[in-house]
Design a protein around this ligand. Structure first.
Ligand code: SAM
Ligand code: ZN
Length: 148
């Protein structure tokens, strides 16, 4: 059986991933932190929320950006997951230009996975790879000049 076939059998709704918790972040607002060490490539959590069309997402994204936030995660050219509606703890994971997680889409599920061995108490981050206009100054580190 291939690796892809194995991962596709996991139900993201009932998946009990790695131990993580929401806490205040130095990067921005709320962030998500590990409560125990997490091994490289562990499937930590699925980015969940309402599945909407790309067209609907354009409307919502501009509304969300007016409030300074990005919640919509592109699944493919037709579909987007809106973490602001029905989302789980994953919606509080902040962006970093040097992240410790990566995302992987398998059979329509956006998995957040560990890009390295992550110690307990670390903030989880992944690269949002936003393709918008870049309205938000990235605060992943003091000297970062990127825009989200
Ligand atoms: C999905 S939310 C993440 C949770 C957010 N920290 C909160 O408290 O609601 C995404 C928003 O968090 C903020 N954010 C995430 N990563 C950031 C970063 N590296 N620098 C600045 N703001 C960031 C931006 O406002 C972004 O639109
Ligand atoms: Zn940055």
């Amino acid at each position: 059986m291939s690796k892809t076939a194995q991962t596709s059998t996991i139900d993201p709704q009932s998946y009990r991933g790695a131990p993580i918790v929401r806490r205040r972040s130095k990067v921005h607002g709320w962030g998500v932190f590990t409560q125990a060490p997490i091994t490289k490539n562990t499937r930590i959590v699925a980015y969940s929320g309402e599945k909407i069309t790309a067209k609907e997402s354009l409307k919502r994204e501009s509304r969300y950006l007016d409030g300074g936030a990005i919640w919509c995660f592109k699944l493919n050219s037709r579909w987007v997951i809106d973490g602001h509606v029905g989302g789980n703890i994953s919606r509080f994971i902040n962006h970093s230009c040097t992240p410790n997680c990566y995302t992987q889409i398998v059979d329509g599920v956006i998995w957040v996975r560990a890009a390295k061995n992550i110690p307990a108490g670390a903030e989880l981050t992944y690269n949002y790879y936003t393709d918008g206009d870049g309205h938000i100054q990235c605060r992943c580190r003091p000297d970062c000049t990127s825009m989200l």
